[in-house]
Design a protein around this ligand. Structure first.
Ligand SMILES: NC(=O)c1ccc[n+]([C@@H]2O[C@H](COP(=O)([O-])OP(=O)(O)OC[C@H]3O[C@@H](n4cnc5c(N)ncnc54)[C@H](O)[C@@H]3O)[C@@H](O)[C@H]2O)c1
Ligand SMILES: [Zn+2]
Length: 363
């Protein structure tokens, strides 16, 4: 993208397996999606997928694609997790077929992680795979879901049970889109950012740790994206180090499910899951208590919950964890850290230790 020289816009070059793509990060980039995609596109067709909450951002992307000479079709799905469904996959695929979208054409996902996962899965499946452009508009989608290639939808039996790994050809992160993001959603993105701080090491942790709640997040996003890209490049299919990204997610997913998926947003559940994991790590991995305290304060400063509501029962959380597809079914496989950057994969804390850790974050 040709950013004016006085801006801080940047491009992070991604290499994952055979995939090579640029992650563009900065301001006023929505209007650059058209020229950027036209410069590398093989086909001239695009299907823009978005939800009603990002209509103004999708309109800018759509106009820029049209101006760049692309044939644009649009599908708007209802906002929210229930749209990660076979019903929406069918609707988008049929819209693609009706628009005559071909193998060399692209799906452009404008929205949060729901849109990215859903449209990404369509891109992986329609015609056995078409090109994919991610334009993430939530902090969580920027630092997490638009990077790494995981796409998918939910079943009644569980989240993300059907999916594919499908890398994008282009990712465009326009920080300006975050201006319309509700504060609660911004906080949720910070749960993952604080997770990256714990995984990456003391330097990033310290920067994340005293980040003002209203501070400019561009640099932090760049660091998190670079961290995730490096991890995924080393282990695209999660046979090893990629599992480190699940820090806080074993208990977090249990809390999310036990709360019926409506009491806590994902990032809020991860905030609590991180604290539970660090509590476990103080018992089994020698993590110094001070890291737990600093992490709690950092989460709290970003508006995230740090105490677990009474109404969400520990037994329900543990039961839900048993169903978590990230467990192997026999034991509680967890990622822990013994300090920032000190990742410990495949830890097997006893249920009793995990139970006590969950009780330890009660209000
Ligand atoms: N593929 C992956 O690796 C990966 C990683 C993490 C999470 N996920 C998935 O991501 C999803 C969560 O993503 P999310 O937190 O972005 O949720 P989301 O996509 O539901 O977005 C949150 C809400 O914000 C709205 N929104 C989005 N951008 C906005 C903007 N700029 N201004 C105003 N409103 C806006 C959305 O319409 C929605 O109501 C989950 O389905 C999760 O499974 C995937
Ligand atoms: Zn997460």
């Amino acid at each position: 993208l040709s950013a004016p020289p006085d801006t801080l816009n940047r491009v992070i070059a991604a290499e994952i397996g055979a995939a090579r793509f640029g992650v563009h990060l900065g301001t006023r980039l929505l209007a650059e999606v058209g020229p950027a995609w036209a410069a590398q596109a093989v086909g001239d067709g695009v299907l823009v997928v978005s939800d009603a909450n990002v209509a103004e951002h999708a309109a800018v992307v759509r106009a820029s694609l049209e101006q760049a000479g692309m044939r644009v079709t649009e599908v708007v799905v209802p906002p929210g997790e229930p749209s990660k469904s076979f019903g929406e996959v069918e609707r988008i695929c049929r819209a693609a077929a009706q628009a005559g979208l071909r193998r060399a054409d692209a799906i452009v996902a404008v929205g949060g992680g729901v849109i990215g996962d859903l449209a990404g899965f369509v891109a992986a499946s329609y015609l056995r795979g078409v090109r994919l452009v991610h334009v993430p508009t939530t902090l969580l989608a920027m630092v997490d879901s638009s990077i790494g290639g995981k796409t998918g939808i939910d079943l009644a039996e569980g989240k993300n049970l059907v999916g594919a790994i499908w890398q994008p050809h282009l990712v465009v992160m326009d920080i300006g889109t975050l201006a319309t993001l509700p504060a609660r959603q911004r906080s949720c993105g910070f749960a993952e950012i604080i997770k990256y701080g714990l995984l990456d090491g003391p330097e990033l942790f310290a920067r994340v740790d005293d980040w003002p709640a209203d501070g400019d997040v561009t640099d932090l996003i760049a660091r998190c994206v670079a961290h995730k890209l490096a991890v995924v490049a080393a282990d695209e299919r999660e046979s090893g180090i990629r599992a480190s990204l699940n820090l806080g997610h074993t208990v977090g997913h249990g809390i999310e499910a036990a709360g019926g998926y409506d009491r806590y947003h994902h990032g809020e559940a991860i905030s609590l899951g991180l604290l539970a994991a660090l509590r476990v790590a103080t018992v089994t991995a020698g993590l110094d208590e001070s890291w737990w305290l600093r992490t709690r304060d950092a989460l709290e400063r970003q508006g995230l919950p740090v105490t677990l509501a009474r109404e969400v029962a520990t037994d329900d959380i543990l039961t839900a964890m048993g169903r978590d597809k990230k467990n192997d079914g026999r034991s509680l496989n967890m990622v822990l850290v013994d300090g920032p950057g000190g990742v410990l994969l495949n830890q097997n804390p006893s249920i009793d230790v995990v139970r006590a850790a969950i009780e330890g974050i009660r209000e």
